[in-house]
Design a protein around this ligand. Structure first.
Ligand code: ADP
Ligand code: MG
Length: 579
């Protein structure tokens, strides 16, 4: 059995009891439905034909028995529909949780190439049909098999030649169904891809709605969206064309069986080789016989649909996180904050040529507690260096050490606990001010949050918000100003209280007034911690004890602001162009 199938089946394990109960009820229900026509045949044949003395009484008894059987079928159907669906829904729930958890493990490199809408589509849309498949699949197979075989046996017992007539179209139906199934499978997969595309477009456009409006790009967005939606329609068209042929042909074939049996049966009665009650029983069973065929047809459709969703799920689950903790990874204890880069080479692409490298054989040392500024022109790799320290990306070669410990030998969680990052674009979650600050340390008390906010110069403005700390800040903090958002993100880091800090252009997008306030809180935050500051405006780092100038060749110069200006090299050029 392939790994995919094993995975598919493994989701049954926790719900085996419910599933088996579901199957038992399906079995009982199907078996019961086979008995009723037999009783009817007994009534029309034996009881009436042989003229029972108390036929009325017998018929009443038989009627009550049939009513009882109907009751059993009713109970089974109810159980199947309710418990069966719940088993399926629980399995879908597990799949969904697993996928979301898996997403959380994947690294930056994965997300660089993915679109959020498409990832969401896999969690919502693609798994939708799986519930149905998981329980209806085996259930339908079971019910159909019992009804099909049961009625076949009974038909043969009643009259073999007529049973053969009923069977003739079946092989053709099977061949036809399997050919069309293959075609449908492709269209189902395509449908899903198109839906994912639509979701991606929508996500992109709605997240950027403010840009859309400022460029009056609504018409363009509608046009792009309609294009995607059109493609969806086209793929659905193929899909439904196949489905239409499929259903129409199979429906007609089952009808054909009924008329063939009726015609041949009538002819046989005329020749005295068949009794009327047998024909009645036969016609009742033909329904029992064709219904499972129809069920199998809808099952194959459901199967293709569910499986194409599962396949897309499985593809995603198979992507291994490219950065994982070593099997013997240690917990990193609270560090002093020495940072070392040793011969580190890094490229975003897997292209092995040197030109693709952002830097090659980079050496860098930052002492614990030092305040170091990293400067260099845009795109030279400053942010990249900072993403390597928390191990967001893995360098192609070389080592990064913190307090002498190779960061690949400790758990990512304990490593990232040591590092606080304040970036230019702040990401805040939809929710309240309190929740967002607490993201730095979920178990912090309210007093600790307030203290962190005070130190980040955020407390005063928070108190002016309509609900103070409980104010909802909107998606991505849209209801706050840039400076306010930055102050919340700094409060978040205060609360986290890490020994190593990275400020990546933290004040670049702010106006002078906010910049000053935030610069103050950043300096407060930096006290007694190793701090790496990237600044676009060199004025903000002039008093750093050590400035590193990064260029394509690596660290080109280092020293204080005055020393570097006196050197009249890269820094001085940068200083004079940027200022
Ligand atoms: P800086 O912060 O110094 O302005 P970055 O470190 O952000 O520069 O980028 C260094 C180089 O790497 C740039 O050429 C940029 O285009 C490229 N780059 C940055 N991020 C990615 C990414 N996620 N995937 C691929 N290339 C990237
Ligand atoms: Mg940058």
């Amino acid at each position: 059995m392939s790994a995919k199938w094993r995975k598919f089946l493994s989701y049954y394990r926790p719900y085996l009891k419910g599933f088996i109960a579901d199957m038992c009820f399906a079995l009982v229900g199907a078996a019961t439905s086979l008995i009723i026509p037999l009783i009817i045949r007994y009534i029309t044949g034996t009881v009436l034909a042989e003229g029972f003395a108390d036929a009325g009484k017998t018929i009443l008894y038989l009627f009550l028995i049939m009513l009882g059987l109907l009751g059993i079928e009713f109970g089974c159907n109810y159980f199947i529909a309710y418990v069966g669906h719940m088993v399926g829904a629980r399995m879908e729930y597990d799949l969904r949780n697993e996928l979301f958890t898996h997403y959380q493990k994947l690294s930056f490199r994965f997300y660089d190439d993915q679109k959020v809408g498409s990832l969401m589509s896999r969690v919502t849309n693609d798994l939708f049909e799986i519930t149905e498949l998981y329980h209806h699949g085996p259930e339908d197979l079971m019910i159909s098999a019992i009804k099909l075989l049961g009625s076949l046996v009974i038909l043969c017992m009643i009259n073999v030649p007529l049973a053969i007539v009923a069977l003739v179209p079946v092989p053709f139906m099977i061949v036809f169904a399997s050919i069309l199934n293959k075609k449908m499978k492709k269209t189902f997969k395509k449908n899903r891809e198109k839906i994912a595309e639509i979701n991606t477009r929508m996500e992109d456009s709605l997240s950027g709605i403010r840009v859309v409006k400022s460029f009056t790009g609504e018409d363009m967005e509608i046009h792009k969206f309609t294009e995607g939606n059109d493609m969806f329609l086209r793929s659905k068209k193929d899909n439904y064309r196949y489905m239409a042929i499929y259903h129409a042909v199979l429906w007609a074939s089952t009808g054909l069986i009924t008329i063939m049996v009726a015609a041949v049966g009538a002819w046989m009665i005329g020749r005295n080789s068949l009794e009327l009650q047998d024909l009645i029983a036969f016609l009742l069973y033909v329904n029992n016989f064709t219904e499972p065929i129809r069920k199998l047809v809808s099952f194959t459709e459901q199967f293709q649909n569910g499986m194409s969703g599962f396949e897309r799920f499985y593809e995603m689950i198979c992507i291994e996180p490219d950065i994982e903790d070593a099997p013997d990874a240690q917990e990193m204890k609270k560090v002093k904050g020495d940072i070392d880069f040793k011969d580190v080479s890094f490229a975003y692409t897997s292209d092995s040529s040197k030109s693709a490298n952002v830097f090659t054989d980079l050496d860098l040392h930052v002492n614990a507690g030092e305040y170091v500024a990293l400067v260099g022109h845009s795109g030279v790799g400053k942010t990249t260096i900072c993403s390597l320290i928390p191990r967001f990306y893995e360098p192609q070669s070389g080592k990064i050490l913190i307090d002498g410990t190779d960061i690949t030998t400790v758990t990512q969680k304990s490593l990232r606990k040591q590092i606080g990052i304040v970036q230019q674009d702040v990401y805040l979650f939809a929710g309240t001010v309190l929740e967002n600050i607490r993201y730095g340390r979920p178990d912090a008390t309210f007093e600790e949050v307030v203290d962190a906010a005070k130190r980040a110069n955020a407390h005063d403005f928070i108190m002016e918000l309509p609900n103070g700390y409980d104010t909802d800040i909107g998606q991505r903090g849209i209801k706050l100003s840039g400076g306010q958002k930055q102050r919340l993100s700094i409060a978040r880091v205060f609360l986290k209280n890490p020994p190593i800090l990275i400020f990546d252009e933290a004040t670049s997008s702010l106006d002078n007034e906010s910049e000053r306030v935030i610069q103050e809180s950043l300096e407060e935050l930096a006290k007694n911690r190793t701090t790496l500051v990237i600044a676009h405006r060199l004025s903000t780092i002039q008093n750093a004890k050590r400035i590193l100038v990064l260029s394509e060749k690596g660290i080109e110069e280092e020293g204080t602001h005055e020393e570097l200006l006196a050197k009249d090299g890269a820094y001085s050029r940068l200083y004079h162009t940027v200022q």
